[in-house]
Design a protein around this ligand. Structure first.
Ligand SMILES: [Zn+2]
Ligand SMILES: [Zn+2]
Length: 82
């Protein structure tokens, strides 16, 4: 679900550009081939980023510090522990 993916991305502290890229392109990548190279690029540039970065962030070397949910997140919109 797009709404849940966006809420989860926002809660996790990912940049909006990357959330949009994830929802609009990455989630649909299996409909079209050609993503192997991008996956390898993500692994090669920032394998520990913890999320799918958009091409702009990859080019600029921008990496957000991902938030990892704890019990304190329970019940909040987009939290994994909800
Ligand atoms: Zn981005
Ligand atoms: Zn959380």
């Amino acid at each position: 679900m797009i709404v849940q993916d966006v809420a989860r991305g926002v809660h996790s502290g990912f940049p909006m550009c990357c959330i949009a890229f994830f929802v609009l392109a990455w989630n649909r990548r299996n409909l079209r081939g050609g993503w192997d190279l991008y996956e390898r690029l993500l692994d090669a540039t920032e394998p520990m980023a913890g999320y799918v970065r958009c091409p702009v962030c990859v080019l600029r070397g921008r990496v957000a510090r991902a938030h990892y949910c704890t019990d304190a997140c329970r019940g909040k919109a987009g939290a994994r522990a909800a």
